[in-house]
Design a binder for this molecule. Sequence first.
Ligand code: PLP
Length: 354
Amino acid sequence: MKETIKNMAAYEAELPVAEVKATYGVSHVARLSANESPYGPSPKVGPAIRDVSDDVLGFYPDGQATALRQAVAKLEQVNPDSLVFGAGADELIELLTRVILTPNDNVIVPNPTFGEYAMHAQIEQATTKSIPVNQDTGHIDFDAMFDAVDEHTTMVWLANPNNPTGVFETRSDILSFLQKLPQSVVLVVDEAYYDFVDQIDATVIRDVKDYPNLVVLRTLSKAYGLANLRIGYGVMQEPLYQVMQAVRLPYNLNTYQITGAVAALSDQLYLQSVVAKVKSEREKFEQFLTKHQFKYYQSQTNFLWIKVGDAKRVGEALLSEGYQINDRLNAEWIRIALGTVSDNEGMQRILLRK
Ligand SMILES: Cc1ncc(COP(=O)(O)O)c(C=O)c1O
């Protein structure tokens, strides 16, 4: 077995709702620990999946996910032959790491950020350099990230907006950073929460065609409300595109995933309505945090990163009343996905008791 992963712990998944209900005797559980959508997907998705003929069951799915490829290419105005699909952005994170890293390499990530980047680097026996974000604002320290690049650096990860901070970096700041990076270093911009950003010119997805060392990731798990369907994609140029297509499993998305994802993408009005609700709740929650002098970072996502003192104690207080949030990432900070109006009000009442 690889020495680097001998003591690796398994991913701590969310407690099932039934277990929370039974343990705490609550009738309503708000699952707000994994940045999912309380609104679910477009109502077009379920019927589209149910309409798939049983005739397809005995045959492998379309290995190129052609219908989804065309839908994404049209929506995002990118080359269809720059799209690699996966079972969630998670699979793309795993694949990119597998394709790029060798044991002597290092990757650079902000701290804090999404844990999968470092986890997969560890599996590939590479090292991770974690560069603290600005403590006051949560912004990425691009200068420090650049200073950390050495001759063994092959990847830089940037979740934008970042998880768990929720903080967004502008396209111009990202491109300035990218222009300084050696071409041998791949910058992956993970735009899982892109849909929730206020700014219009927020994505670098259409810059991929100009930079062979830029990769952009997206997912339908967040704003599209489809975490269970497992749909993610990456946009990248040659030569990476060809290699990723060769290394991924041939039928990594099935027909139900492809059909459901196409239906979700076709309903942009629904997406906009979800995003509007999230933004409105985000604004109200931030006003509450400001009024009651909590430290938090300005979020451009569907979640908030809040300093509460004793994260475990506050997490337990919330859970005991049916609010499942993430208190496992930091001893003093919790991450709360924005819920419905009443869930957000309920959580605020408990936070005030801190
Ligand atoms: C920054 C970031 N990237 C990727 C993912 C994984 O998303 P998916 O459900 O598409 O695998 C998440 C999920 O929380 C995330 O926060």
